[in-house]
Design a protein around this ligand. Structure first.
Ligand code: ADP
Ligand code: MG
Length: 254
């Protein structure tokens, strides 16, 4: 049975789009046909993370009723399927968010896993992305403001009777000033799915328009996302080490 997993957060900028785009690539590589959908309608940016900002037909056309969702599916060079958003502000007119669930239901027939990159906060779009999901992944950073907002999202998802898989703590530095994994677990009363370290390669990879799991597969964040993907689909995590030449090439790209 295919599932729609929404990647959500209370606070913005915690790493949802970074996680969604990279996790999509990892899951696809693990043999699960994965489709990443930009559910961040007001400020879509998954296509920027994936390095292809301009698509002729987007989720915006679909939500406006000008196209069928099947026309908005594209193949990323990694093999991942993607339904991008439009980065043009003109495309924000006449959007009907109620069309999202019927579109996603169609997509369920096309993929094993649909990852929905959601906007932050408690606005209409965010609530919709929770409503349409089978499962929820909550992303937070290890600080009080984002954990408090994560708690609000958790409560909303629970009120909607959604299955919350747990919490991803992103940008972990293991500094004393940070909330620890235990503190976040106790506060949110949810399983901690993974901790992704703060990794200077992440902004570099976004700048280069190559998702970090490709840009530098052996960076700390890539390893964490690869392991998380394997855990999610119940597979053993294994990463073959790069040969000398590949290591030099990866280093030169930095
Ligand atoms: P959101 O989708 O939640 O708004 P993004 O995925 O766009 O957040 O990430 C916001 C910024 O945080 C990005 O510019 C990215 O460079 C940075 N970032 C995300 N994850 C990490 C990480 N693990 N290490 C370092 N920087 C990160
Ligand atoms: Mg985002």
């Amino acid at each position: 049975m295919s599932r729609i997993i929404s990647v959500v957060s209370g606070k913005g900028g915690v790493g949802k789009t970074t996680l969604t785009s990279n996790l999509g690539i990892v899951l696809n590589k693990l043999g699960k046909k994965t489709l990443v959908v930009d559910g961040n309608i007001t400020t879509p940016n998954i296509s920027l993370h994936l390095g292809i900002p301009l698509y002729p037909i987007t989720i915006h056309d679909v939500l406006r009723g000008d196209a069928h969702i099947s026309e908005a599916i594209y193949d990323h060079p990694t093999g991942l399927s993607i339904v991008p958003g439009s980065i043009s502000i003109d495309d924000l007119n006449k959007i009907n968010m109620d069309k999202l669930s019927e579109s996603l239901n169609y997509l369920k027939k096309q993929a094993d896993i649909i990852l929905l990159d959601s906007p932050a906060g408690l606005g209409k779009e965010s609530l919709k992305s929770i409503e349409v999901a089978n499962d929820i992944i909550i992303v937070t950073n290890p600080n009080m403001p984002s954990a408090v907002e994560a708690l609000k999202i958790k409560e909303i998802a629970e009120r909607m009777n959604k299955n919350i898989l747990g919490v991803v703590i992103n940008r972990v530095n293991d500094k004393k000033s940070e909330l620890s994994e235990k503190e976040i677990k106790n506060m949110l009363e949810l399983p901690i799915l993974t901790k992704i370290p703060e990794d200077s390669v992440v902004p570099l990879s976004i700048g280069n328009k190559i998702p970090v799991v490709h840009f530098d597969p052996f960076s700390p964040s890539s390893k964490a996302i690869n392991k998380f993907g394997a855990d999610l689909v119940g597979k053993e995590f294994e990463m073959k080490e790069f040969g000398f030449f590949q290591r030099i090439m990866t280093w030169l790209r930095r």
